[in-house]
Design a protein around this ligand. Structure first.
Ligand code: ATP
Length: 513
């Protein structure tokens, strides 16, 4: 099946099975804004818990906060967002479609990278056992040609962006022969910078002094609080502050479902370190974060690092963790070495000292910061894309199953009486009452047992139990496994342990510690 079709199916599945709805759908929706539905909110909460606990619970030197969305407007001047948080946009005059100039070039480079990967696959096939990938990449003429091309484009484009030379940015797009995917033409407008921050008014007097912004990232709430947390928590460097919360960006091009939204959620952690030690921590956090992703057990080949060529105004090193979505490798998380930029800026703009006194060195300084920043919604989309599976089962029927890691699954256990009579519903309800104190359970008695299994597969429920005649006699139930579809008879008394072993987040944490 074409990747595009798979993506369409995932989007349709999200709606049909109560994961994600278009916001204000009855009014034809609001562009790039989505609502999480009954199953979606459970999955989202579990993703957040996995992240939060892996930061705050598993690290003695990381604590969490929950800062306000609105911040003093000076914050965004200090952070550079008022002046520089913008994307270069370009329109196609024929289709009237708007694009981000940098994304057009990135996609072009992505195609060259795909060509390189295809060449490697060909080489692996041709040389079989004796294939030396490193040597192949270093010597194959097609790979080398494409690599040179990528390097040339990157250096020209990055130089243009850094010099804010928008005419040259446009020229790169024209010289590469990039055309609009809708009209197929290269009839481009000039490139303009567009600030992504939403603003609103505080209070009732509508003058400029009262303009405040919806935060475009959660990080600044951490920076302005760092000394409060350090002092009240008696934290010693290195230490981290984690936060989960909403962020808002007036994205120029918001396509691809929940991948790029105008209101979204971030999970960010700022790790404060001694100046000079930042590269060591940057590398460590890249490793740690990749492990966190890989512990979920999805195809390990679908992850890669992408090093930033053009660094943001605050960074001295930055890499993304990219995942192979149905529409290609794309960023899910950024790991940034932000230097002392933000704290120094806030020190300057607020006039308050934001230095840390290091008792070991017996001196004060502004710490350096390593940030890990991941979008909850992108992580949600990653999970749906990686978990979605269609499988032909006995009898030739196709079942759709979401192979969501059990610890993240919205519903952990479905409790199904075989029929609606002979005391089975009552017995099933009794089990439900005890299990729902520990797990998110669903009780279902409508339709055939086979149909009920399929509905649970489609939302990724790891276990179903069926209460039948035998249950009433010996207090056992059949336990069905989502992935293997195997059924076994187990005692009700053992259910808690069985389900708990399967769905506990411990299964994930053990792999990342
Ligand atoms: P992109 O290049 O895709 O616009 P970015 O580099 O601007 O992303 P960051 O500012 O580093 O993103 O934000 C950190 C994380 O927040 C991203 O890795 C992503 O997961 C998430 N994120 C950023 N913008 C959006 C958005 N518009 N919708 C959903 N998630 C987002």
């Amino acid at each position: 099946m074409a990747q595009e079709d798979i993506f369409k199916k995932i989007v349709a599945h999200c709606k049909e099975y109560g994961f994600v709805f278009q916001s204000s759908e009855i009014y034809d929706g609001l562009s790039a804004v989505y609502d999480y539905a009954q199953n979606g909110v459970e999955l989202k909460n579990n993703i957040k818990k996995y992240w939060w606990d892996s930061m705050v619970k598993l690290n003695e030197n990381i604590v969490g906060i929950d800062s306000a969305i609105f911040m003093h407007p000076e914050t965004w001047k200090a952070s550079g967002h008022v002046g520089a948080f913008s994307d270069p946009l370009i329109d196609n005059k024929d289709s009237k479609k708007r694009y981000r100039a940098d994304v057009l070039v990135e996609d072009y480079i992505g195609k060259l990278e795909d060509k390189i990967e295809k060449e490697v696959v060909k080489g692996r096939k041709k040389f079989a056992e004796g294939f030396d990938e490193e040597q192949f990449r270093a010597t194959n003429v097609n790979i080398l040609r494409n690599k040179t091309k990528i390097d040339d484009i990157n250096s020209r484009f990055v130089a243009a962006l850094e010099a804010d030379n928008l005419e040259e940015v446009r020229q790169v797009i024209i010289d590469l022969g990039i055309v609009c995917p809708v009209s197929g033409t290269a009839n481009w407008t000039e490139v303009r910078q567009f600030n992504l921050m939403f603003d609103t008014k505080l209070g009732s007097v509508a003058d400029d002094a009262n303009t405040i912004y919806l935060r475009p990232e959660t990080a600044q709430g951490i920076f302005v609080n760092y000394l409060n947390v350090q002092k009240t928590g008696r934290m010693k460097l290195p230490f981290g502050i984690a936060q989960i919360g909403k962020a808002f960006r007036n994205e120029i091009v918001a396509r691809q479902f929940i991948f790029r939204m105008r209101e979204f959620e971030q999970m960010e952690m700022q790790f404060f370190v001694r100046p000079g030690e930042e590269m060591e921590w940057y590398n460590k956090w890249m490793d740690t974060r990749l492990k966190w992703h890989k512990a979920l057990g999805f195809d390990q080949d679908n992850y890669r690092f992408h090093k930033h060529e053009k660094l943001a105004h605050y960074a001295n090193a930055a890499s993304d963790i990219e995942f192979r979505f149905p529409f290609g490798f794309k960023e899910v998380e950024g790991i940034h070495s932000r230097t002392d930029f933000d704290l120094s800026q806030h020190q300057k703009h607020s006039g308050k000292k934001l230095q840390y006194f290091d008792p070991e060195l017996n001196k004060s300084y502004v710490p350096y910061v390593i940030e890990t920043s991941i979008g909850v919604d992108r992580m949600f989309l990653l999970t749906m894309a990686a978990a979605y599976d269609e499988e032909v089962v006995e009898g030739g029927e196709t079942r759709v199953v979401l192979r969501i890691p059990p610890a993240l699954a919205p519903v952990k256990l479905a409790i199904l009486p075989l029929t609606k009579k002979d005391g089975m519903p009552e017995k099933a309800r009794e089990i439900m009452k005890t299990m729902q104190m520990d797990f998110n359970c669903q009780y279902e008695e409508k339709d055939s047992i086979g149909k009920r299994y399929r509905r649970q597969d489609a939302i990724g429920t790891p276990y179903c139990i069926t209460v039948d005649h035998q249950t009433l006699e010996d207090n056992t139930v059949t336990l069905r496994d989502r992935d293997t579809m195997q059924q076994e008879r187990v005692a009700i008394a053992d259910l808690f342990n069985i389900v708990n072993n399967k769905v506990s987040m411990r299964n994930l944490f053990e792999q990342i510690l």
